[in-house]
Design a protein around this ligand. Structure first.
Ligand SMILES: [Ca+2]
Ligand SMILES: [Ca+2]
Ligand SMILES: [Ca+2]
Length: 170
């Protein structure tokens, strides 16, 4: 039954950079996924997810379960109530970094697909679409000019919060 992950040193696979952002290597995410996809249907359900996170050393108390549920609702792109590998990868990154149950924080990390800890214009477009705002490229450019100080036209978490406030997202 897959790799015996109980013998692996998890800290080797999860790195935290100086700004406090944690990342799990794709290789380890894949191992976790395969190991906990117990019925081998290439997807992980909530129950399998709780087991995987416990393995990762996360304390799965009531608050953590609530956070897990909120994140699944956002990362489950095809809305089939289970996570395929790409969704699982986003889930892990979001779970490790999002503040408990805060939807803006969850959106920020769930859509930061390249795990850069910034939201670029494409990622922003998808977030706004998710929130039901239809915006075009020009509007995204305008918002970026107004809110982002970054030379590469991306949004830091702080700028992202400013943007959400501007758009009236609670
Ligand atoms: Ca499964
Ligand atoms: Ca899914
Ligand atoms: Ca990004």
């Amino acid at each position: 039954m897959g790799t015996d992950l109980s013998k692996t040193n998890n800290s080797k696979y999860i790195t935290t950079d100086p700004s406090g952002i944690s990342r799990c290597s794709d290789e380890f995410a894949r191992k976790l996924f395969d190991n906990y996809d117990l019925d081998r249907n290439q997807s992980i359900d909530a129950e399998e997810l709780v087991k995987a996170l416990t393995q990762l050393g996360q304390n799965m108390d009531d608050a953590a379960i609530e956070k897990l549920t909120s994140i699944i609702a956002v990362v489950d792109e095809n809305e089939n109530q289970v996570l395929e590998f790409d969704e699982f990868r986003n889930f892990l990154y979001t779970f490790l970094n999002a503040k408990t149950d805060d939807i803006k924080s969850i959106l920020f990390f769930s859509y930061d697909w390249d795990q850069s800890a910034t939201i670029d214009q494409n990622e922003l477009y998808l977030i706004l679409k998710r929130l039901g705002c239809t915006v075009d490229k020009e509007q995204i450019n305008l918002l970026t000019k107004q809110v982002s100080d970054n030379v590469d036209n991306t949004f830091s978490y702080h700028e992202f919060l400013k943007l959400m406030e501007k758009l009236g997202v609670k």
